[in-house]
Design a protein around this ligand. Structure first.
Ligand code: NAI
Ligand code: ISE
Length: 345
């Protein structure tokens, strides 16, 4: 069985996913595309030599009976409307983060999905498919470091553009840690506080950089997460989980080590795209396989998208107030009670 994918948004990550579904993965075929920039849609079809219909908008694409899955890779504020329309039409959805830009928007998606009576949506939180994170979670789950007490995490980018503002450190960047960290320790968030250290000279007027987030969980774990998006030296993701019996580290991205001219050195990636390249492949293959085998996706679901939205709202509020802000989730519906178990990774 081959799933027909309709792609909404043929920008950077839309094209990457089109490339992997077409040239690397099995079980999926791009049958339709749309973009508000129709020229981009056209160029994409030509570039990847796709046998796909170009639609003027998401509604017409969703209505195509050959579209089994709607791949949402448009800008964040456009996600909710497309996801709700696709779910109401009974289509599967793979939606890049954020699921919706507000918690209310995520709840509208949750309600639409529950009405359909089965899970249809997966959110693109690809770190859950990264082999390093998977190993880290296994070590924690097996009790190798005892009860987790603290986490120290780092998300650094070499630089960002002029349109990247202080709140984007949360909604665009920290959002990956927001999803990955509660999943790692299987706990819910309780509060967050933000501290702004001295600002780097490489930042601009509308961006406070770096930023330090202190997030507490209901179980008492304290997580310190640094977001530093003008660190200059590279793309660097770190995670250290400190437990009662030991400490577990996210493996470094592998890179050849050289000894030369009095120096021991190894390279650091400069672009986030390469760091999670394999994880993107695994997440979309798993999405396809679990639909084919079980009739529903098994990765991060709409409720995970909701958790991320509530947490990111509290983080943005904490940026503005400087106070400790509560993270209050609605009760998890039984529909989403099973934790995202990934059998194939
Ligand atoms: P982009 O700006 O390169 O591409 C977005 C495309 O969507 C553009 O071509 C735009 O014309 C189109 N678009 C916007 N609104 C639309 C609508 N209503 N209908 C149809 N097309 C529409 O952006 P990029 O970097 O590809 O990001 C897309 C999404 O993917 C964002 O939500 C972003 O946060 C997420 N993302 C996720 C990453 C990950 O690591 N999981 C990495 C990069 C982006
Ligand atoms: C980007 O938007 C992403 O989603 C990447 O995965 C992330 O690591 C990067 O820092 C963001 O800017």
């Amino acid at each position: 069985m081959t799933l027909g994918f309709g792609v909404v948004g043929t920008g950077a990550i839309g094209r990457e996913h089109i490339d992997r579904i077409t040239n690397k993965l099995s079980g999926g075929k791009i049958v339709a595309v749309t973009d508000v920039n129709q020229e981009s849609a056209k160029q994409t079809v030509e570039h990847y030599k796709l046998d796909a219909v170009i639609y003027p908008d998401d509604k017409t694409l969703i209505a195509d009976e050959n579209v089994d899955v709607v791949l949402v890779t448009s800008w964040g504020p456009a996600h909710e409307a497309t996801v709700v329309a696709a779910v109401e039409a009974g289509k599967y959805v793979f939606c890049e983060k954020p699921l919706a830009t507000t918690a209310e928007g995520c709840i509208r998606i949750v309600e639409a999905e529950m009405k359909q009576g089965k899970k249809l949506v997966q959110v693109g939180f690809m770190r859950r498919y990264d082999s390093g994170y998977v190993q880290l979670k296994e070590a924690i789950d097996k009790g190798e470091i005892g009860q987790p007490l603290m986490i120290r995490a780092v998300h650094r980018n070499p630089e960002v553009g002029e349109n990247y503002t202080t709140d984007m450190a949360v909604v665009d960047t920290l959002i990956h840690e927001i999803d990955a960290l509660h999943w790692l320790v299987n706990d819910d968030y309780k509060s967050v506080q933000v501290v702004f250290p001295r600002k780097t000279k490489y930042s601009h007027d509308k961006l406070q950089d770096p930023q330090l987030f202190t997030i507490e969980t209901n179980g008492g774990i304290v997580m310190n997460v640094e977001v530093f998006v003008n660190c200059k030296y590279g793309y660097d993701i770190q995670c250290e989980v400190i437990g009662e019996d030991g400490v577990a580290y996210l493996p470094e991205f592998p890179s050849v080590v050289t000894r030369k001219q009095g120096k021991l050195s190894s390279g650091i990636l400069m672009d986030w795209k390469y760091r999670f390249m394999d994880a993107y492949d695994v997440e979309i293959q798993d999405f396809i396989d679990s639909i084919v085998k079980k009739g529903e996706p098994q990765g991060p679901n709409s409720w995970d998208g909701y958790i991320a939205a509530v947490t990111s709202d509290a983080c943005v509020k904490a940026q503005n107030t400087g106070q400790k802000e509560a993270i209050k989730l609605l009760e998890r519906p039984a529909f989403y009670s099973e934790n995202s178990v990934m059998e194939t990774v």
